[in-house]
Design a protein around this ligand. Structure first.
Ligand code: AMP
Ligand code: ZN
Length: 114
């Protein structure tokens, strides 16, 4: 499959990895929107959060229960706060159609988003 995040997950395309385990990889966003901006990506190709299947429950829990708080701590943004974003589909502004969680921090964010 011609998918940039699948290729990053296998190492075919280089990235600045900050975390990897058997089901997930996390790397620095190429075009950071905050001092800390990493993408948490399942190694399995899932198009978006709208495409999660029942079989992905453990993976989804792993991302949000294990990986997000661990990386927020390690990257030094847990105390002051951070933002977790999943752009989904065209109206959601998703440009890479392989599910990814943006973990952003190191500055104050505004609401609502643009
Ligand atoms: P989204 O717009 O939510 O689909 O987010 C896609 C993100 O992937 C954007 O923030 C891009 O800057 C980022 N991105 C695209 N290609 C790469 C790459 N090769 N390495 C790291 N980040 C990338
Ligand atoms: Zn993919």
């Amino acid at each position: 499959m011609d998918c940039i995040f699948c290729k990053i997950a296998t190492g075919e395309i280089p990235s600045q990895k900050v975390y990897e385990d058997e089901s997930v990889v996390a790397f620095k966003d190429l075009s950071p929107k905050a001092p800390v901006h990493v993408l948490i990506v399942p190694k399995k190709h899932i198009q978006s959060v709208a495409h999660f299947q029942t079989e992905d429950k453990e993976l989804a829990a792993h991302i949000f229960v294990d990986v997000v708080p661990k990386l927020a701590n390690e990257l030094g943004i847990a105390e002051n706060g951070f933002r977790v974003v999943m752009n989904t589909g065209d109206d959601g502004g998703q440009t890479v159609h392989h599910l990814h969680v943006h973990l952003l921090g190191g500055r104050k964010f505004t609401w609502p988003p643009g």
